[in-house]
Design a protein around this ligand. Sequence first.
Ligand code: GLN
Length: 192
Amino acid sequence: MSTIGVLGMQGAIREHVHMLEALGADTLVVRSVDDLTRIDGLVLPGGESTAMRRLLDRYELLEPLRENTELPMFGTCAGLILLATEVEGYDAHLRKIPMTVKRNAFGRQVDSFEVDLTVKGIDDAVEAVFIRAPQVASVEASVDVLAEVEEAIVAVRYDKYMACSFHPELTADLSMHRYFLEMVEATKRQLA
Ligand code: GLN
């Protein structure tokens, strides 16, 4: 079984750990460069991307994560923002998925909402909770769009990276985490 790291800077860390463990993965809360050598995949939780960026700088994790080309990553909400190559109005962070994201894109009136979402590659509808969520404004052609809400892109996959603008870790629905674990296992098989 794989060991999955959950970036331990800020946000919904424990919730991701619980879901990954429910699926049988070993987990590690990642706070240092050394931790990166002990994991097969990394989850970037939701929270506040600007706060996470400050902590990534302080823990000296920004550059190692930017330079890492081996580790599969899954970003949820603020984690999706961290993975984008472009963030409207802000400096981009880890620059893994060639897409432009817009923070807080569903507007102030719709701070949070929940929908049953069709996600490419997952059979049953996914329970999706959006909280001050970003949208993907545009993607390069090589990015696989996995889900949309009213024509706004809210989940993508590219190479060994996946991201969604909602919070699967705040529901009981394990399907997005299962999808990521399968990606991690497939990447391991390719490297073996
Ligand atoms: N609005 C937050 C940001 O811009 C993301 C919200 C979330 O992760 N729930 O970072």
